[in-house]
Write a protein of this length. Sequence first.
Length: 323
Amino acid sequence: MHHVAFIVYPGFELLDVSGPASVFNGANRARRQRGKPAFYKVVLASAHGGVIESSSGIALETRPIADLRAVEAQTVLVAGAEREPLLQAVADAALWAALPHLAGKAERFGSVCTGGFVLAALGLLDGRRVATHWDSCKPFAKTFPNVAVDPEALYVVDGKLWTSAGVTTGIDMALAMITRDLDASIAGEVAKRLVLYARRPGYQSQFSPVLKAQVKGDSPFAELIGWMQSNLDAPLDVPSLAARAGLSERSFHRKFVAATGETPARFVEIARLDAARMLLSRGLSLKSVAAEVGLFPPARLAEAFERRFGVAPRLFRDMHAEL
C-alpha cells in the first residue's frame, strides 16, 4: 500500500486533511469495486502525537512524527492554517527534527494551502516553484525570496514536490496524484462520487475574475456576469453590455470597474482566455475554441493566449489535453 502521511498541528485547517483523505479513500473504494485491493493508507502525525484540535474545533488522533517510518510516509503533506498556528508549528523543535528527514525519504512531499510556510521555513522549498493560498502569495514570496510562488496555479508539481493553493485545491491535487499513481478513470470515478463540479487541472487559476466579481454579494453585475459566461461568443463590447445593464456607456464603465476591479474589456478577455484554456485542455481545435469563446479568428486567440499565459495555445493543448 501507498502510505499518505498528513502532518497536522494545533489550529490546522481540517479540510486540508479531510478533503484529500476522502479522495484517497474514494480511490480505494473504486479499486475494490474492480476487484483490486486498496492502494492508499492515510496516516495522521503531529509533533508529539495525541489528539490535535483543528481550527473548527474537530480533533483528530495522531501519531508522533518521530515514530513514523519511511514506509509509512511515502507521500508527506503538511496541512495549512491561519497565521498564529503556522508560527507555532514553525517553531516546534519536533517538526524541525523529523520533517526534513521524512520529506527527504518520501516518494513525494508537499503541502496543502498555507502548509508550505512550514516547509519553506525548514529550507525545503528553496529554488522550487510552489502554490499557496491566493491571500498568502505576496507574504510568502516576501518571507521566502528563494521560493518561486505561482499565484495562478491551483497546484504545482516540481519534481517530487507537490503544493496546492487554497483549501479545496488539496482535493484537486489529490485527484492528480491518483491519476499519476493509478489512472485517470479512477480519478474520474472519485470526482463523480464526491459530486465535484469538475476535475480542475493545476494550471487553472485559483481565483478567477468571475469569482472575484461574484464574491461581493451585492454586486450589481452578478446577473450580467453570469450571462457573459454563458455567451462568450456574443458581442461583449461596452455599448452592448451597457445596453444590457440599462446604463449609459460612461456610467456602466465606471460602475463595472468599481464592482469588479477590472475594465469591461479586460474582464471579458480574461474570462474568454480562462474558458479557452479549459476547452484546449479537452483537446478541442483552435478554430472551434476561438469561435466558442469569441476570439475568432484563431490568430486572435493565439495572440491573446500567448500574451497572458506565455505559451502558444496549440502547444498548451498538446501538453495538457486529456487523453
